[in-house]
Design a protein around this ligand. Sequence first.
Ligand SMILES: O=C(O)CCC(=O)C(=O)O
Ligand SMILES: [Fe+2]
Length: 583
Amino acid sequence: MNSEESLWSKADKKLNRARKRMSHLAEFSIEPTRKVILCNLGLANVLEKECFEQYVSQALPEIRYTLSMPAGETYCFFDFDSVKEAQDFYSQSHGKLKFVVNKRKVPFCLGYVKSVADKTLNHCLPPSHYPNGLRLIENFVTPDEEKLLLDDLDWNDNVMKDATVSPIPEKYGFLLKSFEDLTTENVDYNQLTINRYLPGQGIPNHVDNNEVFDEPILSLSLNSSYVMDFCKCDSLEQRQKVSIDLPQRSLLIMSGEAFREWTHGIAQRQNDVVETDSGDDVRKRGIRVSFTFRRVKKSYDSNVDNSSSDNKDYSKSLRNLINPVSTITDKVASKLEETYVHEVYESISDHFSKTRHTPWHNVETFVKNLKPGSLLLDVGCGNGKYLHVNPNICKFGIDRTMNLLQICRERNFEVSRGDCLYLPYKENSLDAVICIAVIHHLSTEERRRQAIVEIIRILRPRGRALIYVWAKQQSRGSVNSKYLKSGKMKKDTRTKAGEKQTPTEVMHRDNKISITLPVHENRTEFDHRDLLVPWKKEEESFLRFYHVFREGELRELCETVPESNIEEIYYDQGNWCAILEKK
Ligand SMILES: O=C(O)CCC(=O)C(=O)O
Ligand SMILES: [Fe+2]
């Protein structure tokens, strides 16, 4: 294959994935059409429309088109006058033309589309279209008051950056006083968060946790107008998105449905698209400072953070803002696992298998010690690395991933396809089960429990199971797990000069299922318990969902499973491990 062909096939593979991912946004077409979607570049990563247009016209000077770039997205649409022009553009650009994003050359991934869903065009809406419970008061403070509030902040002192203070300092009493007229009930605000956004910065879509905060929450926008996006998922397929312009000096009041059922967030970009009388306009962002006033519920008062300046407090405050994954429905959980576990393993299976050949010592010992003739099932057998360690037993594996099962077949292992939540075996039929590094991919406690219930169900009385899951704690005593050892330790959050840096945390938002999860920095300690862990394969990065277990959690989970005795719980190289026996 020459290098051009290899680029083509890479871009085509990307397009196939994008088609699935974006099917709710656009109707793709195999046949050429006039409209072409650029699946991997948009305002969210190319940042400036003018600059991008200039780049395209320099690379392809003959091409004439209209470009729509929905705000905050990593795709955009080219509209041509004729199919012929669209074809010319496609053949010259797909997989060939490259744009530099974060020092990486990203080849254009293009697809023909028949139509585009309206919701992709991200216009700001007037108040009549706001989500229920949302109000905006323009000019809530005067320019003089704004100046006073801003002058008072000392941005050289990083502690003030994204700081949460409680109680609210007296100097802001005049604001609290003017809040009294806003609602009939008098909300006694006791927490203030001051955020500063530089152009290009945003805040991931989230819900301020309604178990922690009373409503309404108030947010005062200072120094620059920004667009805020609100999203609500009515079902997996149905998503409403509303973008609202927050003018400088305005106050946003969030309560009711807008507070509880809609996420809010600010896209990371340099400019906003706002509607004016003469059509869409691009407005450059300045530095925005927001003052968010909240009332922490009485029952949470004791947990109010006075110093959110260090790493731990920061993740704690972030946790307060984002509704936990544990509240998701089973349908959403299964969709989450399909996208962030099953599809990923299908895509990375070859690469994954190459890195998974050495059996872990304690698992190997468990399998080797089984009596000759024992029946063993490996649930989530992967490439089958435990299916050959004991020649004297009868063993078979089960997995969801076709590409890994194919590898097992080539090695002559007995495997079948199945789901760990519904094992296709009769109760009381097996002598032993191993389930290594599988249950941490299930996204709710009930599903993790169900997997163990299934394992116990198929074991015969006195049959034994060995379960391994990732531990939140990757080091014990002074010993780091292999996972940490093979990488680097968590970055120090202080600079050489001893100043504190604001810890940066990457969040990944899946709009289809309305879930925001932190993206883990590989080979570092875990800050969260539900997270996405990147798997890097060549130039691509895939995100896998993990629930990492805190100390004691695996025991507590196993204790809720009827008919099982816990023989042993131990820690092994960054994993919590359980040996269970069926009663
Ligand atoms: O900056 C804002 O206006 C809102 C910030 C926010 O949503 C939050 O801190 O929860
Ligand atoms: Fe918020």
